[in-house]
Design a protein around this ligand. Sequence first.
Ligand code: A2P
Length: 277
Amino acid sequence: MSDVTDAPAPAWTPSAAQSVETVLWVKHWTDRLFSFAISRPGAFRFRSGEFVMIGLPPRVEAGESKAILRAYSIASPSFAEELEFLSIKVQDGPLTSRLQHIQPGDPVLLGKKPTGTLVLDALKPGKRLFLFGTGTGLAPFLSVARDPDAYAKFEQVIVGHGVREVAELAYRELFTAEIFDDPLVGDEAKAQLVYYPTVTREPFERQGRFTDLIQSGKLFEDLGLPGGRFNPDEDRIMLCGSMEFIKDMAALIESQGLVEGSNADPGDFVLERAFVG
Ligand code: A2P
């Protein structure tokens, strides 16, 4: 008998909706936050700002039979060679308890159908693009803010990152230095990008929640914008963070006259919940 007929049937194979990719690098920011990149299949297309299912194969030797998958925003821009992600680490999280230990060369499952509303297509034309993310809610904006389309469509791109502690300001180096040397968006970023970090539970150069910074008018003052509030004719906004954050921000933004949009019906602002566990 040949080896082929003797070989045991594989215990698990990825579904047709997923491909098996390879971890390229991992960067740990804090004990709660890390980034990683995986290989990008040639046929994988997405728009900057979209999310996709990411997961790990089951450990068949431990009796597992099903892969665990969760929705993750893609942090790299649409034309990048690798797919980058920003993740929290939850010690008892079904996926992140394992995902936080991945190493270069390990397999990661990638869904084949990226989707989402945090895309430039879902916004009407405007002057300023505000990208407000809290915690890992920064991820889709790492994609949008590294895409030349954002700078072609808007005069100014403001990346707001709100976190509890200074150490959680992942990608601070990117937005304060590295992006200006980017061959594709460096020059645009120098002229049009504003990085606006804020920290709520530690001293920092700027403190307070985005909701408070908007309500008090400080955000507009800091950016040199007159009027002390959003202008529905000029300002477009994307939101990503916890359920509470997007709910409170959406209510505040709507109270200033902006209308929520979608892929089918572009508007003044769009929102999505950040992956949480
Ligand atoms: P705070 O420290 O005052 O709760 P989290 O890690 O809980 O998602 O929070 C990330 C950041 O978002 C923190 O700075 C937090 O501020 C802020 N935040 C949490 N909930 C809201 C909300 N409902 N509105 C505005 N900011 C919020």
